[in-house]
Ligand binder design. Structure first.
Ligand SMILES: Cc1cc2nc3c(=O)[nH]c(=O)nc-3n(C[C@H](O)[C@H](O)[C@H](O)COP(=O)(O)O)c2cc1C
Length: 219
């Protein structure tokens, strides 16, 4: 078995892992609900072989500080297991609620941590969440300022889950049938595209052209 990042030769078989980051700090958040729906869809549609859902609920990561660069053992305890999960992923779904027209600070903090290429040159689908008709601001913010040094690659497709309380609930009685049906189909479509990018971008990393040792940070 090979990962997509390995050298690819005809006849090889591959495993694909998609990881989902739920960017809300709130317990039992709507982002987490959407994250579980996305994880289930990836598995039921057989879009990948493995999934991993990481929640920022209740702030599992402290605010970044520079001892991270000095190998502080406390930081290593937090980061090493996450680094391994992210590094073994071929693609990502980044879920962000709109809070005061922004991405939650815990999610921006998360993006400061990954300097070893864990996310680099791997595709990501942005999914944003609003209890009303918001959700565009976090899309714009993520596309503008969350990728430079970690080099995550947002695909052009995105999902904005408006009126999130009335869709993607397990209990059909809580769903607005039209909107719910639309989001279920649209998410399936977007995840299908993400899968194709994940397959294709393995070749970018395997080519060696995107080596990170010389130009460690983005410009
Ligand atoms: C601190 C805070 C600020 C919010 N600001 C906005 C906002 O600017 N725009 C918006 O559409 N919804 C806003 N909301 C409502 C959220 O869209 C709604 O609570 C949603 O469920 C948040 O996602 P979460 O449950 O994953 O945290 C805000 C909610 C919180 C908790």
């Amino acid at each position: 078995m090979f990962r997509w990042a390995d050298n690819i030769t005809a006849g090889d078989t591959f495993t694909m892992k998609i990881s989902i980051i739920s960017g809300s700090h709130r317990k039992a958040s709507q982002s987490e609900k959407v994250g579980h729906f996305i994880q289930r869809t990836l598995e039921e549609q057989k879009l990948c072989d493995e999934t991993w859902l990481f929640k920022l609920a209740e702030n599992p990561l402290p605010l970044w500080d520079e001892s991270i660069w000095e190998g502080n053992p406390e930081w290593k305890k937090h980061l090493d297991p996450l680094s391994a999960e992210l590094a073994s992923s071929d693609g990502f779904v980044v879920i962000s609620p709109e809070w005061h027209g922004q991405v939650p600070s815990g999610l921006k903090n998360f993006f400061l941590m990954w300097g070893k290429g864990e996310l680099a040159h791997k595709p990501a689908l942005i999914v944003t969440v609003s209890s009303a008709d918001g959700g565009a601001y976090p899309v714009a913010e993520l596309r503008m300022s969350s990728y430079k040094n970690n080099r995550i690659c947002y695909i052009p497709e995105q999902i904005i889950v408006r009126n999130v309380e009335s869709v993607l609930n397990d209990d059909p009685a809580k769903n607005n049938p039209d909107a719910d049906g639309y989001f279920r189909e649209r998410i399936k479509y977007a995840l299908g595209i993400l899968k194709e990018y994940a397959q294709a971008m393995g070749q970018v990393r395997a080519s060696g052209a995107a080596d990170l040792s010389t130009f460690k940070n983005g410009m």
